[in-house]
Design a protein around this ligand. Structure first.
Ligand SMILES: Cc1ncc(COP(=O)(O)O)c(C=O)c1O
Length: 340
């Protein structure tokens, strides 16, 4: 039995999702004539109480488009040091938008309004203009951590008072929403733009959405074209996204429960130094030495359980739609028997 915990992006479309894709009505999306894409964009926008949406190939592209629309070359974006937009998007902030980055040392990938306030530059020729703050919820590199309502509200109020735009990298926003005491509508109220991924926990084969005001999305559509993301009959992919939003949000609780069980199994092992508290679907396991980490990873791989190396002494496992009860049971049993 093969169990793939490397990422929640490894899922394959379910038969029902494939059926929805197969039956999609399509058209040329660069002419805004694909009815399925139009309907997905409206659905996502409505869900977050926003005016408009834009379907894009990836979460990297929705983030990079948002940064480009919110800023002018020479500006700066303020974000946490673990942010995907900084760490994992190929230096796109500088390359695509000519924007510098002020990295803050948050806790678990999360910022406080006070540290954001202290990093906003005064209007002085020496400094870049601080025009954008970007948050990530859940935060991937911190282990799927979830922002609390208070911090989001405070950062929103600060950005509004200071005239900065606020973007959310919500690649896994639904993982946060099913655990948190705030709603999609709250998120829509607090953020000027939101990037949402369909191809992670929601199980679609491809696609991300950017939502915001009509003016913002109008400009985002131009930038998407400039970045080479104009799509034609991509309604087949959008149909998977609609199916995912309708059917795969509630079930994320199962992924979270599975992740907690895996976290507990690793915590019980004497060879494990620490398991980061599991808040959503990501489990981060830390070891005292590189050798122990390599041995555990080899053991798992030998038993056809696949995890990712996170740092030289830690690994990551992510739960998702394609982990069956039998696979979970096999994985837990195998982890319980780790012997070095
Ligand atoms: C938090 C976060 N943002 C953005 C992305 C980028 O998404 P994509 O792989 O679709 O470009 C990822 C991918 O894992 C992510 O974890």
């Amino acid at each position: 039995m093969r169990v793939d915990f490397r990422s929640d992006t490894v899922t394959k479309p379910t038969p029902e999702m494939l059926e929805a894709m197969f039956n999609a009505e399509v058209g040329d999306d660069v002419f805004v004539e694909d009815p399925t894409i139009n309907s997905l964009e409206q659905k996502a926008a409505r869900l977050f109480g926003k005016e408009a949406g834009l379907f894009c190939p990836s979460g990297t592209q929705t983030n990079q488009i948002a940064i480009n629309v919110h800023t002018t070359p020479g500006d700066e974006v303020i974000c946490d040091k673990l942010s995907h937009i900084h760490v994992y998007e190929g230096g796109g902030i500088a390359a695509n938008s000519g924007v510098s980055t002020t990295l803050l040392d948050g806790v678990k990938g999360q910022l406080k309004a006070k540290q954001v306030a202290e990093s906003i530059k005064e209007d002085n020729v020496h400094f870049p203009k601080s025009t954008l703050v970007s948050l990530e919820n859940t935060c991937n590199k911190a282990g799927g951590t979830i922002y609390n309502r208070f911090d989001l509200q405070e950062i929103h109020q600060l950005c509004k008072a200071e005239g900065l735009a606020l973007h959310l990298d919500g690649a896994r926003i639904f993982n946060a929403l099913i655990e948190a005491d705030y709603t999609a509508n709250d998120i829509g109220n607090w953020f000027d733009s939101i990037s949402i991924c369909l191809s992670k926990g929601l199980g679609a084969p491809v696609g991300s959405l950017l939502v915001g005001s009509i003016e913002f999305i109008h400009e985002a559509r131009r930038v998407r074209k400039r970045f080479g993301g104009g799509m034609r009959q991509a309604g087949y992919s959008a149909a998977a996204g609609i199916y995912a939003l309708d059917n795969h949000i509630e079930r994320l609780v199962v992924d979270h429960k599975n992740a907690k069980n895996i976290g507990r199994a690793f915590s019980a092992l004497s060879c494990v130094a620490e398991v980061t508290e599991v808040e959503s679907n990501i489990v981060m396991v830390h070891f005292a030495t590189i050798e122990i980490k390599e041995k555990v990873l080899d053991y798992l791989t030998k038993h056809n359980i696949h995890a990712l190396t996170l740092t030289s002494t830690s690994i990551r496992l992510v739960t998702h739609l394609d982990i069956s009860d039998e696979q979970l049971e096999y994985a837990l049993d195998t982890i319980n028997k780790v012997e070095l």
